[in-house]
Design a protein around this ligand. Structure first.
Ligand SMILES: *Cc1c(COP(=O)(O)O)cnc(C)c1O
Length: 382
């Protein structure tokens, strides 16, 4: 194989191109009808009441903690095995980030560790939890909601890896990631390595009308033409709170709409690829476990190996560009410096010493995957 095989990549086809080109000659490049259409279709897809399109998921996370009223010094729990943005949003609001450990088999924020951390502190110490559907595997939010309820916490589901993923609740109902039934707010990313590519982009979902209005206002400077105290004419608006410009454009939304329409097939293909990896590695290599009646949306396919750097370099020499997800957030220099380094997060650190993400994207061909599998197995077995 001479072409490089990355760990993830977007799939752009003619219908995507046509949709974007069409918006370029339409009346609106931004703040037009495509944004609302994308929001409505996205909400329908995940099963939430509301969706707010934003310029990226990091902005979405920022808006989420602001809408939930996070204030300076307030504390939020998240997982160390995530992209830094899941934690950074708390810092944007001058909150404190606390980390609980992961489960060593699912690699998700561990309910037990989270409960233990919460119960080791006085009531009211924490304000919220940000669990992450890591690699595309949905967190059991029904269980987290019960814990959150007990301690009066909000939940922001970082579902950036998981559009199309679901778990099954105790009543046997499928719960799609980001549907807002158990979390207050869900967050999705449309960065090109994620399922739906908009260049940059994100979506914030919720079932709460109050949160929806707050998110929509904060996304666009806190400026409104509705519910004004006074109205001096058609030009008039009020800025009722300090917001941001976190808007998505119509150009990006048009791409998001066509990309979204292919996500179901994309997730199915990702699961086919995962099944082939699992078949090849069963009883040989450890991979992320799958709780029953759960659909992993498979942003990633992660395995654990003892000589991780060796495998990474070996694959690279064959033009297979695996990746590591993630360096534990609490060990990043910024977080070390502000004193989050002394936590007892052995599962996360042990996981990080072994994890490696193999190529996983719908357009990965069977032949390419066979090549990857063959190289991985040949390295492991010498
Ligand atoms: C990609 C990602 C983000 C940030 O997404 P952007 O759209 O790039 O801002 C946040 N959380 C997780 C888990 C991610 O993977």
């Amino acid at each position: 194989m001479k072409d490089a095989i990355p760990y993830g990549r977007q799939s752009i086809t003619q219908d995507d191109i046509d949709a974007v080109v069409e918006t370029l000659t339409a009346d609106y490049l931004t703040q037009g009808p495509k944004v609302k259409e994308f929001e409505d279709k996205f909400a329908a897809y995940v099963g939430s009441k509301y969706a707010v399109a934003v310029n990226n998921a990091t902005s979405g996370l920022h808006l989420a903690v602001l809408a939930l009223g996070l204030k300076a010094g307030e504390r939020v729990i998240t997982t160390p095995i995530t992209f830094a943005a899941s934690a950074n949003c708390v810092r944007y609001a001058d909150g404190e980030v606390w980390f609980a450990d992961i489960d060593p088999d699912t690699y998700l924020l561990c309910l037990k560790s989270t409960k233990k951390l919460i119960e080791s502190k006085p009531k009211g110490f924490f304000k919220g939890i940000i669990p992450v559907d890591f690699a595309g595997l949905p967190v059991n939010l029904e269980a987290f909601r019960a814990l959150a309820q007990e301690h009066d916490l909000w939940i922001v589901e970082d579902a950036c890896h998981a559009p199309g993923g679901y778990f099954t609740d105790s009543n046997g109902n499928k719960q799609m990631c980001g549907n807002g039934n158990y979390a207050d707010i869900g967050i999705f990313s449309f960065h090109p390595v994620k399922h739906i590519a908009c260049g940059e982009g994100g979506m914030v979902t919720t079932n709460s009308e109050k949160l929806y209005k707050k998110l929509a206002s904060l996304r666009t400077h806190g400026i409104t033409k509705e519910n004004m105290a006074e109205n001096h004419g058609g030009w008039f608006y009020e800025m009722q709170e300090l917001g941001y410009n976190y808007r998505l454009t119509d150009i990006q939304s048009a791409l998001g709409i066509t990309q979204l329409s292919k996500n179901k097939a994309g997730v199915a293909r990702r699961n086919e690829i995962a099944d082939r990896y699992k078949q090849a590695f069963k009883n040989k290599i450890k991979f992320q476990s799958l709780p029953s009646k759960t659909q992993n949306a498979h942003h990633l396919f992660v395995i654990e190996v003892d000589d991780r750097k060796g495998l990474y370099d070996f694959l690279k020499s064959h033009h297979i560009f695996a990746q590591i997800h993630y360096i534990p957030v609490h060990t990043l220099p910024y977080y070390k410096e502000i004193g989050y380094d002394n936590a007892n997060l052995n599962n996360s650190e042990n996981y990080y010493s072994k994890c490696i993400s193999l190529p996983m994207y719908p357009s990965l061909t069977d032949k390419e995957q066979e090549f990857v599998i063959e190289k991985v197995l040949s390295y492991i077995h010498g």
